[in-house]
Design a protein around this ligand. Sequence first.
Ligand code: GDP
Ligand code: IMO
Ligand code: MG
Length: 421
Amino acid sequence: MNTILVGAQWGDEGKGKIIDVLTEEADIVVRSQGGNNAGHTVEIGKEKFVLHLIPSGILRAGKKCVIANGVVVDPIALVGEIEGLEKRGIKLANRLLVSETAHLVLPYHRLLDEAREIRKGRNKIGTTKRGIGPAYGDKAARTGLRLIDLTRPKVFSAKLKARIDENNAVLKSLGGKPLSFKEVEKSYLAAGKKLAPYITNTVIWLHTQLESQKTILFEGAQGTFLDIDFGTYPFVTSSNTTAGGSCTGSGIPPHRMDRVVGVMKAYTTRVGEGPLPSEDKEISDMLHGMGREFGATTGRARRCGWFDAVATRYARMVNGIDELAITNLDGLDTLKELKICVAYTCHGKKIQYPPSDADDLAHCKPVYRKFAGWQQPTGDVRQFKKLPVAAQKYLNALADLTGARLRIVSVGAQRDETFRV
Ligand code: GDP
Ligand code: IMO
Ligand code: MG
């Protein structure tokens, strides 16, 4: 069974943790979009791992992991991540494959990302400043460099020279400092040498694996409302974070996909700018007070709010979500009363799906349905029936309002703080 796992909200839904759980049943875990803007947390006993480019499946011995063609790869960051994992005893040799057609994130992408954010001022996106937007921009403009170039130093140097010349002119016009071609060339070729054993044609490799009945788990990065097409544009990332991105980003066709799992928190969070209709200061303060909801990549405090079923209903539709994994239920344990956003009122009209324009969404007011809290810890529960009745009712409402089947509940960051429904 090949599974696509996606974030059904604004990212940071707990995808890393659920991937770690589902990897047990898969042979291969594939990242097919995004870059090191992602931060996927997995906690196993006293060990905490935050993965940025390498699939979270790498933490399970014997499983193979692929960084596929749709990902944008900062090779220096990737080398750092590989070395960091190896230092912690995770063996990567013959377990990690990186697509030769994945595009590179170069230093000018990061500098442009930063410069554009500064120029936007109050209208900034709040990016992770990892150069993701400019790297995908170059890919679409057909001016990108790919990992395959990095394995051919002469070709790489010639292409890089042309790109640095052009980008230095742009950087200068934005008031930035020009890059030294020699320095970038040296550091990137050195990273390329270290990555060489991993770089391959992952499309052919993945298809060969499918022919021998191996099963694949696709690890989505970011979330539905950060999707370049379906998110709250322009406050989005630059890739297709929704289920279709797994196909184009890996070369595995749609009819080989068997199931889509949507991961969502029992409440809503967003890091970065852009509309968030159910944002709520009280729930934000409560979660931050518990030391929760700080970004895994940038450390920024996440904005928090009530569960938004208008959003997840749309996420179910766009991704074709069959099954739901709901995380962070325990974050709501102390509340006396909970709210779920079941509709919006927008310019005087009640609507059931998010409007297409971010400005319109910013004007939407949530229509809430109230639920009783359970005011008991849920962290030790391992069976749906053992949850307080109010928590059962709340979870059932999340699944019903989203329109998919509840399959996994997570009540803590640890691998074993999870149960199936
Ligand atoms: P991802 O980007 O979707 O993988 O999510 P992140 O790792 O960025 O953020 C999710 C955060 O929630 C991490 O700190 C996880 O360790 C944590 N987490 C995931 N599931 C649970 C849960 O059920 N309970 C608690 N307390 N923490 C969780
Ligand atoms: P994971 O995979 C949450 C957000 C940024 C910003 C917007 C654009 O851990 O869920 P970018 O750097 O991609 O150009 O930033 O997208 N963003 C994320 N938010 N989780 C992520 O990844 C994110 N990756 C990007 O905060 O609002
Ligand atoms: Mg994250």
